[in-house]
Design a protein. Sequence first.
Length: 404
Amino acid sequence: MSREEQVGFVKKKKESKYIKFSEANASEQMRMVRGYAIISKGDIPRRIDNKTFSISSQNGNGEYIVKTDRKCSCTCPDYESRKKECKHIHAVRFFLDFNKKVKTENKGIVKKKQSCPYCQSNDTIGWGKRHTKCGQKQRYRCRNCKRNFIEEKDFQRYKGNGKITTLILDLYFKGISLRGIQDHLKQFYDMSLDHSNVLRRIQKFSKVIDNYVQTLKPDIAEVWHHDEMKIQAGGKWKWLWNIMDEDTKFLITTQVSTYARVKETRKFFNSAREQAKTEPKFLVTDGRHSYTQSIKKEMPSALHVRLVTIADKRANNQNIERLNGTVRDRVKPMRGFGSEESAELMTSAFRNYYNFIKPHNALDGLTPALKAGIGVNLEGNRWMALLKKSMENQPQHTEEATIA
């Protein structure tokens, strides 16, 4: 054999070796892919002991036993004939690696403890489970006051959970009718809830939120805008009064009244001053004469800017007039309120939605409450965050104040 033939023979031998190695490697890679596919389909290995697992055959021929000693083994025909790792061994390995990764990622993460609704202590422990009509709920015991309570205690008498309640609030104040919400819950959550039950839930939790909001002091600027509009309540036309801070767009207070006399306007401006715990330097209103006397009595240090005509260029009331349009859009599907008391409650609730929940483009996506320094975080469920703060600030969770 010539030297050239010898070189050619060696070259072909090496190429053959590489091809065989490549084919073997490809075959091994395919077994790894099939092993991953087993786990992806949901066929989880069953642990027999620390190093032994049982895994179902993909052909329906029973189960194979995989041992994970220093050298892994399997009872399947593929391993028995080749004595090399099969797809079942790879599947068990993927399963163990995934569990290890989850434990590593969760290491050091401590679940936030449930605070006691009675004494507000965080020294609580799990105390078994409780089965309710709404499903299974975790029970807790407070080591401080020795009382027991359940998870989401404030929602325990309501069908569904806190997320369902906050969903109802969000849909309602975004303009969905009560029957529309009823249909939504039935379609997407298979929950039968009468529209009257939906309304009672909205009124109940709106009152809790409003009680909390009344205790807050917004950080607002020196120019306020006031306007009024007419709404229907109890089959009659009523006045709805609004007053807004120019800088933060924070809706300071609202009021529903039958008349627009000095007595009613004084009550309204007094309520705005008490809520803000300050007076503005400038108060912009329309040309109604009854305002002048009321403002002098209730806000003596404020300079009243009275816009008699639309052509008055000293200021404008566009922001609060735009708010009135938003309120009209919301009231329209409601077809009015049942009574003046109902109108007072629900317009106050809408004010809290406007201030704490609805982001505003003019505020770079913030809510007026955040701009005023009293809002809840934009991330996550804003309704839930606001409700939790409202419930935590109820006086001692008395029988009258508690929603449970």
